[in-house]
Structure formats: structure tokens, C-alpha cells
Design a protein around this ligand. Structure first.
Ligand code: G6P
Length: 491
């Protein structure tokens, strides 16, 4: 039954994916389960406090679903055909924008047919959001798949307050210059009142591109459009995690038992090193394996004494570069294990699976050294979850300077993952770090994560978004206000 009334929602989130997964219950029937991400837990209370809705794709091709209600959120599914998935999602989003925005670690491909599909699908999301939002509502658009939505939505519904948050890096101007549709993307983003980025360098890159490709001169992060009376602001708002949820799980006896069991199953090595990543070329898994293999080769580490547990969750499996990466990583793991394993112990325990949050926290508790060494990463929430889980002060974090999290977690062992000798030295530094030093670093990092959790992030973003309305001195300004709770009454 369709219980969701269109055009009545004061707060609308728009993201490529809905925050639910389809599951099969014991009796064989299909149901929806809210996905475990921090974004959904942060926005949940806001969705309940106001009349909230989430617009997004439900993950199946060629299926048209009516809006539905799940776990107190109204969900508005946007359908994608097989061709949309191929051209808009696997193509323009994940074979053009994703590699371009991650420093061209693999070469981005530019195809006009992909661009056309990206525009069409963005227009579909914009129409769905326009049909969902109440007069004067606040709409928050998320991530690189939907960069044209802010302008398209503004054209359809000038009454809305529109925010956009970019979860991935924004590339340097010289790289962004490659994109044949660079001005259209910038125009699309400038449809938002507030455009949020993870790092100050992302915000600066965006503003430099606005100046270079649109000829507009930003002042203190504000871009004014001559003749329109409108302006947009770009700001840095680093995302975070649901800190209380991770702390609760880490305190749970069942999770702690599971952590002990994991160490036993690995043969109780002195040092468990852990990597947890989507299987993505941005994550630096190949560099990490190379450094680890060289440490075994140098006899700085030995099998039995150390074990690397690498979780690689399946991702974008139809995209060529992801298929190639999987082959390379699995080939490398096979070679390392063939060379260094004994009958009793393994060098690398590799698992190509996704796990629920409970198991992730047990893994964090089991790991002496967490390796978060991406070549480029918007933020990396695994790093924040790890430090938050280690209430015992026992873990050590090796963190890439190219992850956004390095701006908040400066007490980690910070590394340039391209520098294999540096990476080896950092891994050894973490393995051999004195417990008092490890604890001192963790305490400071945990404090940062606890003080800056995802609820604070969304509150701050939405308060800043509301301030863009107040500063415009609109006679109708109102809405979220100081509490950041979205509500009616913008322009
Ligand atoms: C990154 C992106 C998200 C995306 C996620 C999973 O974190 O910033 O927008 O949803 O990866 O990727 P997928 O392609 O499976 O949605």
C-alpha cells in the first residue's frame, strides 16, 4: 500500500542509493532492512522530527516501485533501467567521474553517450525530489552521481533551500579541466545554496575551477551570480561516524568474545594487521600488499608472528577496472601466501565479503594495527570507526595523508602510500610502538571522533545551509534555524 503522500515533505534527502537493502526473511518473503551507514543514522532523527523523505535508487534494474515507508522514513524509489545502470552508474559515475576525482589512478573515460544518460538520470532524480518536497522545503543532495540535480531542482522549484554534499574528493583544476562537461557540472552544483566538501583542499579546488571555467570570482567561499540575485557558498564539512553506536558495540561482551575468537582463528599471532576496504583501486590495497610482502622478504616480519587480515568488500563488479583489480589483488595474495605460508599459519587472510557492523567492530578490536592507506579517499570512515572502537587504548592506526580523515586524525602514523619504503617503515613503527605511546595517540584521536560525530556534522551542515537563507535576508527566511532541524519556510 502506498502510504507516502507526495509534495508534503519538509526535508528531502536525495542520494543515488536509498538507505535500505532488500532481504529475504526466514519464511521466504522479501523485506527491506535499513542499511547500517552513519549517514542514515544521523539523518534518521531529523527525518522523524520533520516530515522527511529519502529519494534514491533501490538497487534493482528495470523495477519501478511506488514510494513506501520503512523504519519511520518515507522512501521514494527512482527507477534505473539496465541501460541507465550501464551508462549513468557504471559509465559516467564510476568510469568517468570516480577515477577523475580520485587523481586519475586509472584513466577516466569520456563518452558522450554516458554524459547524455547522466543528464537524463539526474533530471529524473530532480523531478522525483521536486514532486516530493513541500513548499519551501529543505532538500539535501548527496555525492558525485547527482551533481546536476541542484540546478535542475532549482529550475523546477525556486522556492526550495538546496544543499549539496560531495562525499569524494574534488579534483585539482588541472585534472578537472579534462572533463568535456566541466562547466555544466559546476553550473549544476551552483544550483545549491550551500556546497559542502570533506577537506579544505576540495573546497579550494572547486572554487578555483569556478573562477577558471565560469569566470566568476568567489569571495570568502561565496559565489555570486551577476544579474540573478542568487549566491552559493562552498564550505568544508568533514563527515564522521555514529560514534555512540560504535562505542556501544565495542563495549558489548558478545563483540569482545568474537574479537578473541577471531585472533584464535588466525592462530593467535603476536600482531594482527587489518585492512578493511571496498575492493577499489583508490584504496591502495596493491601498495599495501607490496609493502607487507617486502617486510616478510626482509624478515622484518614473519608468518606466525604476524598476520595480515585483508577484508575486501565486493564493489562495482561489472566495471572493467574493478575486475582487473580483483584479479591482481587475488593473484598477489596467492603469490604471497604460496611463498611465505607454513602449514600452520598464513601470511595474508583475504576475504572478499561484506560484514555487518558488529563483525567489523569485532575485527577492529582484534587488530593490533589498522592499515588505512588509500591513494586517494574523500574521508575514510573505517579509520574513524577503528579509533572509536579501541576504548582499550590498544590499537595503532597507519593512515594515508591522502585520506580526508588525516585532517582530523593527525596522531595516527601518517604515511604516503606511494612511498613503499615509507609505508614499510610506518607499518613497523606501528607494530613496534610502545603501548603508552599508542594509547596517548588513540586517546587524542578518539576525543576528536567523539566530539565530531556524524550527528554534529549534519547539524552543522544544515545550520550553515539555513544561514545562507537568513543572510540572503529573505522576508520568508525561517526553517532549520539554530538547531539545524529542517523545516518549512525558506524562500
Ligand atoms: C563511496 C561513494 C558513495 C557510494 C559508495 C558505494 O563511498 O561516495 O556515493 O554509494 O562508495 O559505492 P556504490 O557504487 O556501490 O554505491
Amino acid at each position: 500500500m502506498n502510504t507516502v503522500k507526495t509534495g508534503t515533505h519538509d526535508f528531502v534527502v536525495v542520494a543515488n542509493r536509498l538507505p535500505v537493502d532488500r532481504v529475504t526473511l526466514e519464511d521466504g518473503t522479501a523485506a527491506w532492512r535499513t542499511s547500517p551507514g552513519g549517514l542514515v543514522s544521523a539523518l534518521h532523527p531529523l527525518m522523524q522530527a520533520s516530515t522527511g523523505a529519502w529519494v534514491g535508487w533501490h538497487g534493482a534494474e528495470n523495477e519501478v516501485l511506488e514510494p513506501f515507508h520503512e523504519d519511520s522514513i518515507d522512501l521514494v524509489p527512482v527507477p534505473l533501467s539496465s541501460a541507465d545502470v550501464r551508462l549513468y552508474y557504471e559509465g559516467f559515475s564510476n568510469s568517468t567521474l570516480w577515477p577523475l576525482y580520485h587523481d586519475v589512478i586509472v584513466p577516466p573515460e569520456f563518452h558522450r553517450t554516458w554524459w547524455v544518460a547522466y543528464r537524463e538520470v539526474n533530471a529524473r532524480f530532480a523531478r522525483a525530489a521536486a514532486g516530493t518536497a513541500a513548499p519551501g522545503a529543505t532538500v539535501w543532495v548527496h555525492d558525485y552521481q547527482l551533481q546536476l540535480v541542484p540546478k535542475m531542482l532549482r529550475d523546477l522549484r525556486p522556492d526550495l533551500t538546496i544543499g549539496y554534499f560531495d562525499h569524494i574528493p574534488f579534483p585539482s583544476t588541472d585534472l578537472f579541466a579534462q572533463l568535456p562537461w566541466r562547466s555544466r557540472i559546476l553550473e549544476g552544483l551552483l544550483g545549491a545554496d550551500l556546497i559542502g566538501f570533506q577537506r579544505a583542499s576540495d573546497t579550494a579546488n572547486f572554487l578555483t575551477s569556478v573562477k577558471r571555467f565560469l569566470g566568476l570570482t568567489p569571495r570568502k567561499g561565496e559565489v555570486r551570480r551577476p544579474g540573478s540575485g542568487r549566491s552559493s557558498r562552498a564550505q568544508t564539512h568533514p563527515i564522521s561516524i555514529d560514534a555512540a553506536k560504535i562505542a556501544d558495540l565495542a563495549a558489548s561482551p558478545a563483540v569482545q568474545d568474537r574479537a578473541r575468537q577471531i585472533r584464535e582463528e588466525l592462530g593467535n599471532p603476536e600482531t594482527v594487521l587489518l585492512g578493511v576496504d571496498r575492493l577499489d583501486y583508490t584504496k591502495g590495497i596493491r601498495h599495501r600488499l607490496k609493502a607487507y610482502a617486502e617486510l616478510l622478504e626482509d624478515r622484518a616480519l614473519s608468518v606466525g608472528q604476524a598476520c595480515l587480515l585483508q577484508i575486501a568488500s565486493p564493489s562495482r563488479e561489472k566495471v572493467d577496472s574493478y575486475q582487473q583489480l580483483r584479479e591482481e589483488v587475488e593473484g598477489t595474495v596467492g603469490r604471497i601466501n604460496g611463498e611465505y605460508d607454513s602449514l600452520a599459519h598464513t601470511a595474508v587472510r583475504y576475504l572478499h565479503h561484506s560484514y555487518p557492523t558488529e563483525e567489523m567492530v569485532a575485527l577492529y578490536l582484534a587488530a593490533d594495527v589498522m592499515l588505512v592507506t588509500p591513494l586517494r579517499d574523500g574521508m575514510n570512515l573505517v579509520a574513524k570507526e577503528y579509533v572509536q572502537a579501541r576504548f582499550d587504548g590498544g590499537g595503532r592506526l597507519v593512515l594515508s595523508e591522502f585520506a580526508g580523515a588525516a585532517d582530523q586524525l593527525g596522531s595516527a602514523v601518517i604515511v604516503n602510500p606511494h612511498d613503499i619504503d615509507g609505508l614499510k617503515a610506518s607499518i613497523l613503527e606501528a607494530v613496534n610502538m610502545e603501548p603508552t605511546e599508542a594509547k596517548r595517540r588513540l586517546v587524542s584521536m578518539r576525543r576528536n571522533v567523539q566530539d565530531h560525530d556524524v550527528a554534529r556534522w549534519s547539524r552543522h551542515f544544515l545550520t550553515s545551509l539555513q544561514e545562507t537563507q537568513d543572510d540572503d535576508a529573505s522576508p520568508h527566511a525561517g526553517g532549520p534555524g539554530a538547531t539545524g532541524t529542517p523545516g518549512r519556510g525558506a524562500r
